[in-house]
Write a protein that binds this ligand. Structure first.
Ligand code: ZN
Length: 669
């Protein structure tokens, strides 16, 4: 009997007694999650790639962004001050500027969680106090609508849902990291207001929700406060979409209809990722959060289809998403900043908004939680090293909104936020704080907790001090020069005596990897694209070694991708490379560059170049004759041979004006 009682108690208390509730997403009690978050701060970068990026984030990215957003250029704090009656003036920035300020605040919180700088907390308290004064008594909060005197929920493009979503997410993180409730009080009041507004399901608001970050925010509110009404509201926003007649209306402009906002079909019936890439991927990420709580199969099946469509038919080699600035969906709806048809992958005009790329990794992180499958962490890593980091310069104070795979000086650019060279401020400011908060929080993605062990999702020099789901302490260190070198040593510093598993990710590209424990074969298959599970008794001092070959590889696209036929992309480990005109002979242009298929590349780590990167170098052919007519009769080209260095794609546009290409025509030899 005693045994049964103990067993029942274990089942009830079980995994949850020691589950970690301070993760980036708190899935500690989520019944359908296999890979659970570690508490934020349990993993700290120590040295190497991410430690260096985190330092730049702490010292430049976050403080610089604070100066911009709290000053007259960025204007975000001013907007709150105006509504709070503390300042006079016009609204600055776009409708979604409040949400972007909440993202900046979130970045501050992740930095504080690691460095405990009290000044950061003080600033956050000041912002929170101002935001609180800008909030209406009934919970409504949106500076653009208030300052411009617009009608609440008068148009879904006002981004009220987006701003609320980021408010809720940011407040949950603030509560988890600081234990303070001042920001959470504001978010709760706003979430309750949304509940009271939308839960009666008024017909006039049935198509509401444009950029649906509120779904993720509401699930996080449910997880933090335990009130199921927030989960119900999150589900309502999923269920509403795709159920109404698609036509222009007062709340929905003719430009932003149908596939553009994923409203042609209910998500559960959808087979294709469509429309605005950020809207779509935030929507899918939110739906994955809902599945984590409900376990609903129909919704999960739809997310499996959508993830696969994104990654296998619409994603760039850099992990980027959203092929076009303006175009049409496969169902011929006008779309903007969006996915288009499968395998239609322009390079020069690729849009690839930094936010969309980051959303791709956020969606994948949530799917990783549900399935524990390495295909998701492969995508997270691909995005992080390539199409996320390309959104900011090495110094940490200039931004890209669009991340094309080719850039030419001759391209005609409209005067928009799509720029050829990074800018210190973008009026449409959604991407910079999204990226900065991501760089600040990557350590929270590096590990997950499994039922009886830990999973290593990302590599980088770090220390992990955490508690496993059964409450036992686990400390380990990771020493590596990844992504520039493929050897990773993980040393157990403290662990329980009973057997438990360490799951190490063998990236999909890492064919021929070796897996050792204390220098001898781990006798576990190191299959690329899987987590290799080493389940045994561990003791202090045990060392797991993963040795991944870092060969330079030439990648081809699927035969259906017309834009890259007979071209190759160069990749080494998780890092995609590009040619930049700065590295070409003085008379050569980026389009003159061809790669002989027999060229062998040498990789060299350069600690003082572009923040410390490995470049690859080899013999290229430079075409001498120029074809300047639209069409030219073919003649045998003339060539020069030149040694050219390629740099990581994320590091381009840091050395003055230049042209760039990821895909390079190949000469078969
Ligand atoms: Zn953006």
């Amino acid at each position: 009997m005693r045994k049964i009682v103990t067993l029942i108690l274990c089942l009830i208390v079980g995994n949850h007694a020691f589950a970690q509730e301070k993760g980036i997403i708190d899935n500690s009690k989520s019944p359908n999650v296999k890979f659970k978050s570690i508490n934020f701060g349990d993993c700290q970068w120590t040295e190497g790639f991410w430690a260096d990026k985190w330092k730049v984030c702490e010292e430049t990215m976050v403080p610089y962004m604070g100066e911009v957003l709290c000053g007259d250029v960025g204007h975000a704090l001013n907007n709150f001050k105006i509504v709070a009656g503390m300042k006079e003036g016009e609204h600055g920035g776009h409708n979604w500027h409040d949400g972007d300020f909440y993202k900046y605040m979130e970045a501050c919180m992740y930095i504080y969680a690691q460095n405990k700088d009290k000044e950061i907390l003080k600033s956050l308290d000041e912002y929170i106090s101002i935001i609180g004064k800008a909030q209406h008594e009934d919970g409504y909060l949106q500076t653009s609508v208030d300052i411009k005197g617009q009608k609440r929920f008068g148009n879904r493009q006002y981004h009220e849902m987006y701003n609320s979503g980021h408010l809720m997410t940011s407040a949950c993180i603030h509560y988890r990291i600081t234990g303070q409730t001042n920001f959470m009080d504001i978010a709760k009041k706003n979430a309750d207001f949304l509940y009271d507004t939308f839960m009666p399901k008024p017909k006039e608001l049935a198509r509401f929700g444009f950029n649906q970050t509120q779904i993720m925010g509401l699930v996080e509110m449910y997880r933090t406060l335990g009130d199921k009404k927030y989960l119900d509201l999150a589900e309502l926003f999923i269920n509403m979409r795709g159920t109404q007649k698609v036509e222009p209306s007062k709340v929905a402009s003719y430009k932003h209809l149908g596939d553009m906002v994923q409203e042609r079909k209910p998500i559960r019936k959808e087979n294709e990722a469509v429309g605005h890439a950020v809207l779509a991927l935030y929507f899918y990420a939110g739906a994955a959060d809902v599945v984590a709580e409900t376990g609903e199969k129909e919704l999960k099946d739809a997310l499996d289809r959508l993830w696969s469509n994104v990654v296998n038919q619409k994603m760039y080699v850099t992990g980027a998403c959203g092929q076009t600035h303006h175009g049409v969906s496969s169902r011929v709806d006008m779309v903007h900043e969006a996915f288009i048809n499968d395998y239609m992958m322009p390079n020069l005009t690729a849009y690839n908004e930094t936010c969309a790329n980051i959303c791709n990794s956020m969606f994948s992180y949530r799917m990783l939680g549900l399935d524990g499958d390495a295909k998701y962490s492969d995508v997270m890593e691909l995005v992080l090293y390539n199409s996320a980091l390309s959104g900011i310069n090495i110094q940490g104070n200039k931004y890209f909104y669009a991340n094309p795979l080719r850039s030419l000086e001759s391209r005609k650019m409209a005067k928009t936020h799509i720029v050829q060279h990074r800018k210190p401020y973008l009026e449409c400011f959604c991407c910079p704080p999204n990226l900065v908060r991501t760089i600040a929080k990557v350590s929270g993605w590096a590990y997950s907790l499994t039922n009886n062990g830990v999973a290593v999702n990302l590599y980088g020099g770090n220390k992990l001090n955490t508690q496993m789901l059964d409450g036992s302490k686990l400390s380990l260190t990771q020493v590596t020069k990844y992504p520039w070198e493929g050897k990773v040593d993980i040393t157990l510093e403290k662990c329980k005596k009973d057997a438990f598993e360490v799951q190490v990710r063998i990236p999909e590209w890492a064919k021929g990897s070796k897996l050792l424990v204390n220098g001898t074969d781990a006798v576990v298959a190191a299959t690329p694209g899987t987590y290799a599970k080493i389940d045994r008794k561990w003791k202090k001092g045990d060392v797991i070694t993963i040795d991944m070959p870092m060969d330079v590889k030439y990648l081809e696209g699927h035969e259906r991708i017309e834009e890259v036929r007979n071209q190759v992309a160069v990749k080494r480990g998780p890092v995609v490379y590009c040619a930049e005109s700065t590295d070409l002979p003085s008379n050569a242009k980026i389009l003159d560059l061809y790669l002989p298929s027999s060229t062998k590349m040498d990789a060299t780590y350069k600690p003082d170049f572009l923040g410390g990167v490995t470049t690859v170098e080899g013999n290229f052919k430079i075409r001498q004759d120029k074809n300047q007519e639209m069409y030219n009769e073919m003649q045998k080209p003339t060539w020069e041979t030149a040694k050219v260095q390629l740099i990581p794609y994320f590091a381009w546009s840091n050395r003055g004006k230049s042209e760039m290409s990821v895909w390079i025509p190949v000469m078969w030899e």
